[in-house]
Design a protein around this ligand. Sequence first.
Ligand code: UDP
Ligand code: MN
Length: 254
Amino acid sequence: ALPTIYVITPTYARLVQKAELTRLAQTFLHVPQLQWIIVEDSPHKTPLVTAFLASSGLAYTHLHTPTPRDRKLQEGDPSWLKPRGAEQRNEGLRWLREDRRGQTGAETQLGVVYFADDDNTYSLQLFDEMRDTQRVSVWPVGLVGGMRYERPVVEGGKVVRFHTGWRPSRPFPLDMAGFAVSLKLVIVNQDACFDGDAPMGFLESSFLQGLVTMDELEPKADNCTKVLVWHTRTEKPKMKREEALQKQGLGSDT
Ligand code: UDP
Ligand code: MN
Protein backbone atom coordinates (compact mmCIF):
# COMPACT_ATOMS: atom_id res chain seq x y z
CA ALA A 1 0.00 0.00 0.00
CA LEU A 2 1.09 3.58 -0.56
CA PRO A 3 2.29 5.40 2.57
CA THR A 4 -0.36 7.91 3.68
CA ILE A 5 0.61 11.56 3.37
CA TYR A 6 -0.64 13.46 6.43
CA VAL A 7 -0.86 17.13 5.47
CA ILE A 8 -1.04 19.49 8.46
CA THR A 9 -2.54 22.89 7.64
CA PRO A 10 -2.98 25.73 10.13
CA THR A 11 -5.77 28.08 9.10
CA TYR A 12 -7.54 31.13 10.51
CA ALA A 13 -10.71 33.10 9.78
CA ARG A 14 -10.36 35.94 7.28
CA LEU A 15 -12.01 37.07 4.07
CA VAL A 16 -9.87 34.88 1.81
CA GLN A 17 -10.02 31.74 3.97
CA LYS A 18 -12.63 29.87 1.96
CA ALA A 19 -10.89 30.73 -1.31
CA GLU A 20 -7.54 29.47 0.05
CA LEU A 21 -9.08 26.26 1.37
CA THR A 22 -10.88 25.67 -1.93
CA ARG A 23 -7.64 25.97 -3.89
CA LEU A 24 -5.87 23.62 -1.51
CA ALA A 25 -8.67 21.04 -1.37
CA GLN A 26 -8.88 20.91 -5.14
CA THR A 27 -5.15 20.21 -5.33
CA PHE A 28 -5.32 17.53 -2.63
CA LEU A 29 -8.25 15.78 -4.35
CA HIS A 30 -5.77 14.77 -7.05
CA VAL A 31 -3.39 13.14 -4.57
CA PRO A 32 -3.98 9.49 -3.66
CA GLN A 33 -3.82 8.32 -0.03
CA LEU A 34 -3.75 11.79 1.51
CA GLN A 35 -5.25 12.76 4.84
CA TRP A 36 -5.75 16.44 5.52
CA ILE A 37 -5.24 17.49 9.14
CA ILE A 38 -6.67 20.95 9.26
CA VAL A 39 -6.08 22.89 12.47
CA GLU A 40 -8.06 26.04 13.03
CA ASP A 41 -6.48 28.90 14.97
CA SER A 42 -9.65 29.31 16.98
CA PRO A 43 -11.13 28.43 20.40
CA HIS A 44 -13.72 26.27 18.59
CA LYS A 45 -14.33 24.63 15.23
CA THR A 46 -16.00 27.20 13.01
CA PRO A 47 -19.14 26.43 10.98
CA LEU A 48 -17.40 27.60 7.79
CA VAL A 49 -14.53 25.12 8.01
CA THR A 50 -16.78 22.34 9.34
CA ALA A 51 -19.15 22.60 6.38
CA PHE A 52 -16.30 23.09 3.94
CA LEU A 53 -14.54 19.90 5.02
CA ALA A 54 -17.75 17.86 5.10
CA SER A 55 -18.39 18.61 1.44
CA SER A 56 -14.74 18.54 0.33
CA GLY A 57 -14.57 14.87 -0.66
CA LEU A 58 -11.25 14.53 1.17
CA ALA A 59 -10.21 12.27 4.04
CA TYR A 60 -9.68 14.75 6.87
CA THR A 61 -9.24 15.37 10.56
CA HIS A 62 -10.61 18.65 11.89
CA LEU A 63 -8.81 20.11 14.90
CA HIS A 64 -8.55 23.52 16.54
CA THR A 65 -6.41 25.36 19.03
CA PRO A 66 -6.21 29.11 19.56
CA THR A 67 -2.90 30.94 19.44
CA PRO A 68 -2.44 32.55 22.89
CA ARG A 69 -3.04 36.30 22.75
CA ASP A 70 0.56 37.28 23.52
CA ARG A 71 1.81 35.14 20.64
CA LYS A 72 -0.72 36.38 18.10
CA LEU A 73 0.19 39.03 15.56
CA GLN A 74 -1.78 42.22 16.18
CA GLU A 75 -3.25 44.43 13.46
CA GLY A 76 -0.40 46.50 12.04
CA ASP A 77 2.41 44.22 13.26
CA PRO A 78 4.87 43.23 10.52
CA SER A 79 4.23 39.58 9.59
CA TRP A 80 7.75 38.47 10.51
CA LEU A 81 7.40 39.60 14.16
CA LYS A 82 6.03 36.30 15.48
CA PRO A 83 5.91 32.80 14.04
CA ARG A 84 2.46 31.94 12.69
CA GLY A 85 0.77 28.57 13.00
CA ALA A 86 3.21 27.02 15.51
CA GLU A 87 0.58 25.95 18.06
CA GLN A 88 -1.63 24.59 15.30
CA ARG A 89 1.16 22.48 13.75
CA ASN A 90 1.97 21.14 17.23
CA GLU A 91 -1.69 20.21 17.71
CA GLY A 92 -1.51 18.28 14.43
CA LEU A 93 1.61 16.47 15.70
CA ARG A 94 -0.14 15.69 18.99
CA TRP A 95 -3.05 14.15 17.09
CA LEU A 96 -0.69 11.97 15.02
CA ARG A 97 1.05 10.74 18.16
CA GLU A 98 -1.90 10.28 20.49
CA ASP A 99 -5.19 10.10 18.63
CA ARG A 100 -4.40 8.58 15.25
CA ARG A 101 -4.73 5.09 16.69
CA GLY A 102 -8.15 3.69 16.01
CA GLN A 103 -8.15 5.06 12.48
CA THR A 104 -7.87 2.59 9.63
CA GLY A 105 -4.27 1.82 8.86
CA ALA A 106 -3.16 3.32 12.17
CA GLU A 107 -1.37 0.15 13.21
CA THR A 108 1.20 0.82 10.50
CA GLN A 109 3.67 3.63 10.96
CA LEU A 110 4.08 3.91 7.23
CA GLY A 111 3.37 7.51 6.42
CA VAL A 112 4.72 10.96 5.71
CA VAL A 113 3.99 14.25 7.45
CA TYR A 114 3.98 17.53 5.52
CA PHE A 115 3.19 21.04 6.76
CA ALA A 116 1.17 22.87 4.13
CA ASP A 117 0.22 26.48 4.85
CA ASP A 118 -3.15 27.43 3.41
CA ASP A 119 -1.87 30.13 1.05
CA ASN A 120 1.00 28.36 -0.75
CA THR A 121 0.83 26.74 -4.19
CA TYR A 122 1.57 23.01 -4.45
CA SER A 123 2.44 20.99 -7.56
CA LEU A 124 1.02 17.47 -7.67
CA GLN A 125 4.51 16.17 -8.41
CA LEU A 126 5.62 17.32 -4.97
CA PHE A 127 3.50 14.61 -3.34
CA ASP A 128 5.07 11.90 -5.52
CA GLU A 129 8.48 13.17 -4.46
CA MET A 130 7.78 13.10 -0.72
CA ARG A 131 5.88 9.79 -0.68
CA ASP A 132 8.93 7.59 0.02
CA THR A 133 10.50 9.82 2.69
CA GLN A 134 12.56 7.64 5.04
CA ARG A 135 13.47 10.27 7.62
CA VAL A 136 13.37 13.85 6.33
CA SER A 137 13.18 14.78 2.66
CA VAL A 138 13.90 18.27 1.30
CA TRP A 139 13.44 20.31 -1.90
CA PRO A 140 13.46 23.90 -3.17
CA VAL A 141 10.73 26.44 -2.35
CA GLY A 142 9.93 29.22 -4.80
CA LEU A 143 9.30 32.91 -4.04
CA VAL A 144 10.53 32.93 -0.48
CA GLY A 145 12.95 34.79 1.75
CA GLY A 146 13.35 37.64 -0.71
CA MET A 147 14.60 35.20 -3.35
CA ARG A 148 13.25 33.59 -6.54
CA TYR A 149 13.80 30.35 -4.68
CA GLU A 150 15.68 28.88 -1.75
CA ARG A 151 17.09 25.39 -1.99
CA PRO A 152 19.35 22.80 -0.43
CA VAL A 153 22.56 22.43 -2.44
CA VAL A 154 23.34 18.80 -3.25
CA GLU A 155 26.78 17.34 -3.97
CA GLY A 156 27.34 13.63 -4.48
CA GLY A 157 23.72 12.94 -3.55
CA LYS A 158 23.99 14.70 -0.16
CA VAL A 159 22.86 18.10 1.06
CA VAL A 160 26.05 20.04 1.76
CA ARG A 161 24.68 23.56 2.30
CA PHE A 162 21.68 25.79 1.62
CA HIS A 163 21.13 28.45 -0.99
CA THR A 164 19.32 31.13 0.99
CA GLY A 165 19.50 34.89 1.15
CA TRP A 166 19.47 35.12 4.90
CA ARG A 167 21.35 33.54 7.80
CA PRO A 168 22.57 30.38 6.08
CA SER A 169 24.12 29.47 9.44
CA ARG A 170 20.71 28.55 10.88
CA PRO A 171 20.65 24.81 11.72
CA PHE A 172 18.05 24.22 8.98
CA PRO A 173 17.56 27.33 6.83
CA LEU A 174 14.49 25.82 5.15
CA ASP A 175 10.97 27.09 4.67
CA MET A 176 8.10 25.15 6.25
CA ALA A 177 7.05 24.07 2.73
CA GLY A 178 10.50 22.68 1.92
CA PHE A 179 10.55 19.41 3.86
CA ALA A 180 8.55 16.33 4.84
CA VAL A 181 9.13 13.94 7.75
CA SER A 182 8.36 10.26 8.02
CA LEU A 183 5.51 9.43 10.40
CA LYS A 184 7.76 6.94 12.15
CA LEU A 185 10.33 9.62 12.97
CA VAL A 186 7.57 11.87 14.34
CA ILE A 187 6.27 9.05 16.54
CA VAL A 188 9.67 7.88 17.78
CA ASN A 189 10.67 11.45 18.69
CA GLN A 190 7.70 12.30 20.90
CA ASP A 191 9.15 15.64 21.98
CA ALA A 192 10.00 17.20 18.63
CA CYS A 193 7.75 20.21 18.11
CA PHE A 194 7.66 23.80 16.92
CA ASP A 195 8.87 26.43 19.38
CA GLY A 196 6.38 29.30 19.19
CA ASP A 197 8.98 31.50 20.88
CA ALA A 198 11.70 30.72 18.36
CA PRO A 199 13.33 33.84 16.94
CA MET A 200 12.38 34.82 13.39
CA GLY A 201 13.50 32.20 10.89
CA PHE A 202 14.20 29.51 13.48
CA LEU A 203 10.77 27.83 13.67
CA GLU A 204 11.64 25.10 11.16
CA SER A 205 15.00 24.52 12.87
CA SER A 206 13.35 24.19 16.30
CA PHE A 207 11.46 21.15 15.00
CA LEU A 208 14.05 19.58 12.70
CA GLN A 209 16.97 19.85 15.13
CA GLY A 210 15.46 17.11 17.26
CA LEU A 211 14.99 14.82 14.26
CA VAL A 212 17.93 14.80 11.81
CA THR A 213 21.34 16.02 10.87
CA MET A 214 22.11 17.76 7.59
CA ASP A 215 23.89 14.76 6.06
CA GLU A 216 20.82 12.57 6.67
CA LEU A 217 18.51 14.81 4.60
CA GLU A 218 17.04 13.12 1.51
CA PRO A 219 17.17 15.46 -1.50
CA LYS A 220 14.13 15.27 -3.81
CA ALA A 221 13.01 17.09 -6.97
CA ASP A 222 16.01 16.13 -9.14
CA ASN A 223 18.63 16.77 -6.48
CA CYS A 224 16.82 19.91 -5.41
CA THR A 225 16.94 21.53 -8.85
CA LYS A 226 13.15 21.75 -9.46
CA VAL A 227 10.70 24.12 -7.80
CA LEU A 228 7.46 22.25 -7.02
CA VAL A 229 6.04 24.48 -4.30
CA TRP A 230 5.75 28.24 -4.08
CA HIS A 231 5.46 30.41 -1.00
CA THR A 232 2.71 32.51 -2.57
CA ARG A 233 0.87 35.04 -0.41
CA THR A 234 -2.60 36.34 -1.00
CA GLU A 235 -3.26 40.04 -0.97
CA LYS A 236 -5.68 41.19 1.69
CA PRO A 237 -8.80 42.31 -0.19
CA LYS A 238 -9.87 45.91 0.30
CA MET A 239 -13.42 46.31 1.58
CA LYS A 240 -13.79 50.03 1.07
CA ARG A 241 -17.03 49.87 -0.95
CA GLU A 242 -18.48 47.18 1.27
CA GLU A 243 -18.05 49.43 4.29
CA ALA A 244 -19.52 52.43 2.49
CA LEU A 245 -22.65 50.46 1.58
CA GLN A 246 -23.01 49.16 5.11
CA LYS A 247 -22.93 52.70 6.47
CA GLN A 248 -25.85 53.53 4.19
CA GLY A 249 -27.69 50.49 5.50
CA LEU A 250 -27.39 48.72 2.15
CA GLY A 251 -25.05 45.94 3.26
CA SER A 252 -25.64 42.60 1.63
CA ASP A 253 -26.80 39.82 3.92
CA THR A 254 -24.53 37.06 2.63
N1 UDP B 1 -2.05 31.27 10.49
C1 UDP B 1 -2.78 30.99 11.62
N2 UDP B 1 -3.04 32.02 12.51
C2 UDP B 1 -2.62 33.30 12.28
C3 UDP B 1 -1.87 33.57 11.12
C4 UDP B 1 -1.59 32.53 10.25
O1 UDP B 1 -3.19 29.85 11.84
O2 UDP B 1 -2.90 34.18 13.13
C5 UDP B 1 -1.76 30.17 9.53
C6 UDP B 1 -2.04 30.53 8.08
O3 UDP B 1 -3.38 30.22 7.73
C7 UDP B 1 -1.01 29.68 7.33
C8 UDP B 1 0.15 29.59 8.32
O4 UDP B 1 -0.39 29.88 9.60
O5 UDP B 1 -1.50 28.39 7.04
C9 UDP B 1 1.27 30.58 8.00
O6 UDP B 1 0.74 31.89 8.01
P1 UDP B 1 1.02 32.94 6.83
O7 UDP B 1 0.74 32.29 5.52
O8 UDP B 1 0.31 34.20 7.15
O9 UDP B 1 2.59 33.14 7.01
P2 UDP B 1 3.67 33.66 5.97
O10 UDP B 1 3.27 33.26 4.60
O11 UDP B 1 3.69 35.13 6.14
O12 UDP B 1 4.92 32.99 6.42
MN1 MN C 1 1.88 32.14 3.80
